[in-house]
Design a protein around this ligand. Structure first.
Ligand code: COA
Length: 179
């Protein structure tokens, strides 16, 4: 899938971050299916056939599609190896809410997540973000440690139901220090 026509938002040492459009649904769905381990961990179910579509349409109350950012993480061969999604200006005008950061299993634990997040954060800061918020479920301790290592701290806990699992979710935030 050539990435040339997509809007790149940041370059990283292993590739680039580029905005996805609804027509990218099939490559996003294929990625989610490669990451069924993650969906099983957080929902208790394998990747849903409509996962990509849900990622494109899921919005918190009061926000609209213009507030949603879905970013493909592409390697130098222009293969999509991960995805990130966020809501601009939620829950406050200068806070962005990160819904997902997900790499296919073979690409994890190599420092790419940290680089992707920091590149995204710089782009968000230029677009007016002062804080980044996210939720991480406690059955994903590696995920929680990843965010803590990036300086995220817990602001509240809540119980959420995803798929067939009820989980404890740590809502975490990090202040964005612009250079
Ligand atoms: C969570 C996730 C996005 C992090 O991305 P990542 O690229 O794996 O993360 P990084 O490699 O930057 O850092 C993760 C770990 O690898 C280590 N690491 C970084 N570079 C490394 C390298 N070159 N060699 C070995 N280990 C390395 C980091 O120190 C960190 O250590 P830890 O295991 O003690 O936490 C990724 O693992 C993923 O997609 N997981 C599944 C989905 C998920 O859980 N998302 C988060 C939801 S809250």
């Amino acid at each position: 899938m050539p990435v040339i026509s997509k809007q790149a938002i940041a370059q990283v040492s292993w590739g680039q971050l580029a905005l996805l459009e609804p027509e990218d649904g099939p490559i996003l769905q294929a990625l989610c299916e490669n990451c069924t381990d993650y969906f099983e961990l957080i929902t208790g179910l394998p990747t849903a056939p409509s996962e990509a579509q849900s990622l494109f349409v899921a919005l918190p109350e009061g926000k609209d599609y213009d507030d949603k950012v879905i970013v493909g993480l592409f390697d130098h061969q222009q293969r999509m190896i991960g995805v990130l999604d966020a809501i601009r200006g939620y829950p406050s005008p200068t806070t962005w809410y990160l819904g997902l950061l997900l790499f296919e299993p073979s690409q994890r634990q190599r420092g790419m997540g940290r680089e992707a997040y920091l590149a995204f954060e710089r782009w968000a800061a230029e677009a007016g973000a002062h804080r980044m918020r996210l939720g991480a479920v406690t059955q994903n301790p590696r995920g929680i440690r990843f965010w803590q290592q990036l300086g995220f701290t817990e602001v509240l806990k809540r119980r959420i139901k995803q798929g067939v699992l009820e989980s404890e979710c740590l809502v975490m935030e990090r202040e964005i220090i612009s250079p």
